[in-house]
Design a binder for this molecule. Structure first.
Ligand code: PEP
Ligand code: MN
Length: 274
């Protein structure tokens, strides 16, 4: 028997349903769900601009960090609770469901007040108290792969979330750290079909953090869907040069529009609903 019992393939495919002003959005086998938005919520105006933009171009879910895990203590840490309020207004105006990161167990209640999906970031994949807390909640969790985590460790982190009763886990590949430093991380697309073999959970790919370069995002996004991913998480900013975080990997509206067009044809080829 596999060490991850609840996350293992033995169950039937999990389809996660998120309800919003727009109706129901499904994530899992047979769907190609696009999550898009800026790295961080920077102001009310900017998240509204991004939300309108990604909605117009066909995204299903809005992303935006209010609590940001920054490597340097001097980098923009996010707007915190104020950022959550701005996300709530973006949801109200556009009807797009929201995914946002929770960094700290102490913030779980506040984040859950507005998040339709809560994100556990790469750096927190093995924050076991946080996983345990979320395991008792009834909110879908987007679990990013730790940048140095094996597939087994990642699935065991999913198992933590499921072991308290929360069965709504979405796995997100976002690149791993290797000797290669010409890209921010090394994209591991082989895990997509592998996860499909090992687990019933949905798996999406984040080509933005995986590559760190906007020029690589569209090709890797297409490859991810062709490899069988159930969706994508894409960083989009209306003006990447001025972004307070991750501008170099953020797509402009025009580039995101092109990505959507090309991803749509691949999703159709794969028989996925987009
Ligand atoms: C993010 O998606 O905002 C993020 C910080 O990504 P990761 O945890 O994959 O680095
Ligand atoms: Mn980012």
């Amino acid at each position: 028997m596999k060490p991850y019992r609840l996350a293992s393939r033995e169950d039937k495919d999990t389809i996660i349903e998120v309800h919003s002003g727009e109706g129901t959005c499904s994530i899992g086998e047979g769907y190609c769900t696009i999550i898009a938005g800026p790295c961080a919520v920077e102001s009310e105006e900017s998240i509204l601009t991004s939300a309108r933009l990604v909605k117009k171009l066909g995204a299903h879910i809005l992303r935006g960090g209010a609590f940001k895990p920054r490597t340097s203590p001097y980098s923009f840490p996010g707007l915190g609770v104020e950022g959550l309020r701005y996300l709530a207004s973006a949801r109200k105006e556009t009807g797009l469901p929201i995914v946002t990161e929770v960094l700290d167990v102490r913030d779980v209640d506040r984040v859950l007040e507005i998040a339709d999906i809560v994100q556990v970031g790469s750096r927190n994949m093995q924050n076991f108290p946080l996983l345990r807390e979320l395991s008792h909640q009834r909110v879908p969790v987007l679990l990013k792969r730790g940048f140095a985590a094996t597939v087994e460790e990642w699935l065991l982190a999913a198992e933590y979330l499921m072991s308290g009763g929360n069965r709504q886990v979405i796995l997100c590949e976002r690149g791993i750290r290797t000797f290669e430093n010409s890209t921010r991380n090394t994209v591991d697309l082989g895990v997509v079909p592998l996860i499909k073999e090992l687990s019933h959970l949905p798996v999406v790919v984040d080509p933005s953090h995986a590559t760190g370069k906007w020029q690589l995002v569209r090709p890797i996004a297409k490859a991810a869907i062709a490899a069988g991913a159930d969706g994508l998480m894409i960083e989009v900013h209306h003006h990447p040069e001025t972004a307070l975080s991750d501008g170099k990997q953020s797509l402009t509206g025009a580039n995101f529009a092109r990505l959507m067009e090309e991803v749509k044809s691949i999703a159709h080829l794969e028989g996925k609903i987009i």
